[in-house]
Design a protein around this ligand. Structure first.
Ligand SMILES: Cc1ncc(COP(=O)(O)O)c(C=O)c1O
Ligand SMILES: [Zn+2]
Length: 414
């Protein structure tokens, strides 16, 4: 049974029937999915959710499908890790990490949006799917389309990290690198979607795709014992994830699953691609597109589709947005790894470094329950890091002791 009422324009509120369209014909605003929350409230209780298997489909009444999900059945359900050592290092009391670096099947939060978009693409009867991607979406569309035998057309900028390219290509998909940046790729995909019957997950299927990101927020609230945090720090590329976590928390309150509370939303970007952070800092909602130049390639969207709404969520919630340099990103990846044993990709370095900056600015304090979004895995962006070369030792005890303890400690141990 579906609880979807239809699509609705986020700008002018015009209603639309459920179809693979993303833009309002009246005002060119983006469309979003609208639900019958009164009906959902009758069936979706904390107990019911608690009884269901640990994946994103435990929130299926709040997902835009007519029938049962058919793709990405094991995505979501990732851990919320209490990060006491990181909190101590940053000088606050309570930090949690929502760790989608271990999401199934491709180790980023994009597995959530793709599970929903491809399940919907099958309901719409598309016989091929596609995406414009900064890397993680490509990995996930390639993997999940392979798992159900969908042909896929995956377009990426031609400067992505090796692991992101290999982690797409391995699935035997139609991978098409494009000479240009993400914004060029995205424009091309809109043109293709206008001409060919392909379900592009973040173009014509965008309203459905975005709904998957809400589950990142639902799971945070459930893991906190049906509570929303005081503050969340979220990496932003197109700006969709942050707005959908906001929508998700609002829905939980509307359904009586959490108490109404104002969570502050903090948006994190790299300084080399900071159009949303720059707008927030300038006190405007008008986004000035930029040409990206940062190691955080997954976040390198210079003209963010949801930038206007992201600034609204950030400023309206009493939050803020900051950006961090490439060296700060690298340092933060290392800090997270050394304090919590979690290896995040560059986007995770962006959120951790931004959290540090926000604490130094006094915007996040020891009174706050802070959740940091870790959205992708560090093994995908290893070329952003240059660690010290390590010399090998002879296979001899003395060589180990000299290396491990130094000569004096080695002598003491023997
Ligand atoms: C690892 C990672 N985190 C965060 C984001 C940002 O997502 P959004 O475009 O919804 O702002 C992306 C987008 O590609 C990503 O790959
Ligand atoms: Zn409209």
């Amino acid at each position: 049974m579906s609880f979807v009422k239809g699509l609705k324009c986020r700008e002018c509120g015009a209603p639309y029937p459920v179809a693979p369209v993303a833009i309002c014909e009246e005002c060119f605003g983006p469309l979003e999915v609208d639900y019958d929350y009164d009906a959902i409230k009758k069936v979706l209780t904390r107990d019911e959710i608690g009884r269901r298997p640990k994946n994103l489909w435990k929130f299926r009444e709040l997902m835009p499908l007519d029938g049962e999900p058919t793709v990405g059945l094991n995505s979501g359900g990732t851990p919320l890790v209490k990060a006491d050592r990181l909190a101590k290092a940053l000088g606050v009391r309570e930090i949690y990490l929502k760790n989608d670096a271990v999401n199934h099947p491709t180790l980023s939060f994009k597995d959530r949006v793709v599970a929903v978009a491809l399940s919907k693409a099958r309901e719409f009867g598309f016989d091929a799917v596609g995406c414009a991607s900064t890397g993680n979406l490509a990995n996930s569309v390639a993997a999940q389309s392979a798992s159900v035998g969908f042909p896929a057309y995956i377009l990426i900028p031609d400067n992505l990290e090796k692991s992101k390219v290999l982690g797409t290509q391995i699935f035997g998909t139609n991978l098409i690198p494009v000479k240009g940046n993400y914004d060029d790729v995205n424009r091309l995909c809109s043109e293709i979607a206008g001409r060919h019957n392909i379900g592009f997950v973040n173009v014509n299927l965008r309203p459905f795709y975005g709904e998957g990101s809400k589950t990142f927020g639902y799971e945070i609230a459930e893991s906190l014992g049906w509570r929303t945090p005081d503050a969340v720090v979220v990496p932003m590329a197109g700006g969709s994830l942050i707005t959908k976590i906001f929508k998700g928390f609002g829905e939980l309150a509307k359904l009586g699953l959490v108490e109404e509370k104002q969570t502050r939303f903090y948006g994190a970007q790299a300084t080399g691609c900071n159009p949303i952070a720059a707008a927030v800092k300038a006190g405007t909602r008008d986004i000035r597109p930029v040409k990206p130049n940062t190691i955080a390639k997954s976040l390198a969207i210079g003209n963010p589709a949801d930038g206007y709404f992201a600034t609204g969520v950030i400023s309206g919630s009493g939050g803020w947005s900051e950006d961090v340099s490439d060296p700060e990103i690298v340092k933060a990846i290392q800090l997270l790894a050394e304090t919590e044993g979690i290896f995040a990709e560059t986007a995770g370095g962006v959120t951790v470094a931004t959290t540090k900056k926000l604490i130094e600015q006094g915007r996040l304090t020891a009174d706050d329950t802070i959740v940091i979004a870790i959205t992708g895995n560090g093994l995908k962006t290893t070329e952003a890091l240059t660690l010290e070369e390590i010399e090998s030792i002879e296979p001899k005890l003395a060589a180990f002791e000299a290396k491990a303890f130094g000569n004096i400690a080695g002598a003491a141990a023997s």
